[in-house]
Design a protein around this ligand. Structure first.
Ligand code: SF4
Length: 307
């Protein structure tokens, strides 16, 4: 049955000139029909570079927005319209502008996991892998880092020469992991390294053997000569690593690491959306022009300062 659906998806997407971009937290059956798999920024870059005129994003809403920002001439769709990252929506642009007033001369650094409206009131975007370098390079002593206080606190530990001001936002999925989960995992799997995402709390990243973005965690586990790892990011990464490295063993750090919004999209949603695109009833991702240009500027600054 799954293979039948996948076959139809392959046929329809080619006919409609659609590229399917799947975030790496999506299920394996969706990754199998994707033209590209990666984190939100990697997907936006792939969407920009691909030859197709339409993009179907399997992930959450801010990712489709980011793809649209980089490819305004393409038609961008989200496979499940209800899939929204709670962290990306935690603050309003008005709240950020009011907070910025407290620190004269400060620059607003926005994690890419934010809405286009928040990117538009920020000076620069960052990914979890580029945040440290960009904060180091930015021309300001005071930085308002939004929305994730855990990633911001991790960056502060790596760039002590800057004053990073944080708000109480963050990813509820990664923030659910507690130091006790690491202690329990070490008892269960003695001697096995624990790899965590910097969206986890600082007590958790401090107690782990390695902290890095999802792509860095995957690269570390693949390249290491060790044969077992405990994975402290969204649970689907454990499964994807197990497929990629069948001779190694991967364990979940915590069963709490399931993102309900990332899990909303099913293979049938992908097919339904393709059918809606064919029938001209799919809901396209649109960004008001005034937000589009300011938000795109923050992404361009990320590319400039990240080099
Ligand atoms: S894992 Fe966290 S940051 Fe990623 S989409 Fe889910 S809630 Fe948002």
């Amino acid at each position: 049955m799954i293979q039948q659906i996948q076959k139809e998806i392959e046929q329809v997407k080619q006919k409609l000139d659609v590229a399917i971009m799947a975030h790496s937290y999506q299920g394996h059956e969706i990754l199998e029909v994707a033209d590209a798999v990666g984190d939100s920024f990697q997907l936006s870059k792939q969407a920009q570079a691909c030859g197709q005129s339409r993009i179907l994003l399997c992930g959450v809403h801010f990712m489709a927005e980011t793809a649209k920002l980089l490819s305004p001439e393409k038609q961008v769709y989200l496979a499940h319209p209800g899939a929204v990252c709670p962290m990306a929506e935690q603050f309003t642009p008005e709240q950020i502008l009011a907070e910025k007033e407290k620190y004269p001369g400060c620059k607003v650094v926005a994690y890419i996991n934010t809405t286009a409206a928040l990117k538009a009131v920020s000076d620069v975007c960052v990914t979890s892998s580029s945040a440290e370098q960009i904060v180091r390079n930015i021309d300001a002593e005071d930085i308002l880092f939004i929305p994730d206080c855990n990633l911001g606190s991790y960056v502060q530990s790596r760039v002590p020469e800057k004053r990073i001001h944080l708000l109480s936002g963050g990813c509820p999925v990664h923030a659910s992991v507690e130091p006790e989960d690491l202690a329990a995992a070490r008892v269960l799997h003695p001697g096995v390294e624990i790899l965590v995402h910097p969206e986890c709390r600082k007590e958790v990243t401090a107690a782990a053997d390695f902290a890095g973005a999802t792509s860095a965690i995957m690269a570390y586990a693949k390249q290491s000569d060790k044969d077992a790892f405990i994975i402290g990011t969204e649970i689907s990464i454990t499964e994807h690593l197990q497929y990629a490295c069948p001779d190694k063993q991967f364990y979940d750090l915590s069963k709490k690491l399931i993102c309900p919004d990332m899990k909303l999209t099913t293979l049938m949603d992908v097919l339904h959306t393709l059918r809606q695109i064919a029938g001209d009833t799919a809901q396209e991702i649109l960004i008001p022009p005034e937000i589009q240009s300011a938000a795109r500027h923050s992404i361009e600054e990320m590319l400039r300062l990240g080099n």
